[in-house]
Design a protein. Structure first.
Length: 166
């Protein structure tokens, strides 16, 4: 019986350390967020995609390896592109930002900070993408049969995405 209390106590301690003790009673929601780009400042977007990192693998086999399978070894760490989508307005901010890179007027790489907020406007999660630059711009399509909002997207290459404490 004493062992069961220890196990349950350990699970309860982990629950408190992982959420409730940090002031969060529920998981973080992803519908309130901002993006801060070095060269554009603080902006809101419809969506942000590309928060991941992947360690590649390579397969290797030695003749004396006792099983029929291959060994897998870690290789390079890679980060996917980050895609930001926003409802289109009259302002050409994102388009001109992208064209500045295309035309060579702005070739600096920058930082991108993404923050998620709770309903009390408190930052509850933060990510930082380092060495970002735009690689693609896209405008939404047009259709006489649709009343949907036009969305523009900008895709950024990055050399790292890190989760920071809020």
């Amino acid at each position: 019986m004493a062992e069961e209390r220890t196990i349950l106590g350990g699970a309860a301690d982990a629950l408190v350390a992982g959420g409730i003790a940090n002031g969060l009673k529920f998981p973080i929601r992803g519908h309130r967020f901002t993006v801060n780009l070095d060269s554009l400042g603080l902006m809101s977007f419809k969506s942000v995609e590309g928060f991941s990192a992947e360690i590649g693998t390579t397969e290797y086999r030695e003749g004396a390896f006792a099983t029929l399978g291959m060994r897998k070894l870690p290789t390079m760490l890679t980060y996917p592109d980050i895609t930001l989508a926003k409802g289109m307005y009259n302002a050409l901010t994102l388009y001109e930002f992208f064209m500045g890179y295309l035309n060579g007027k702005n070739t600096n790489v920058g930082q991108m900070t993404i923050e998620a907020y709770d309903n009390a406007d408190t930052v509850v999660a933060r990510w930082e993408a380092i060495n970002v630059w735009p690689t693609r711009y896209e405008s939404g399509g047009l259709s006489a049969d649709s009343a949907e909002i036009l969305v523009e997207t900008v895709t950024f290459a990055t050399e790292g995405v890190y989760r920071l404490s809020a």
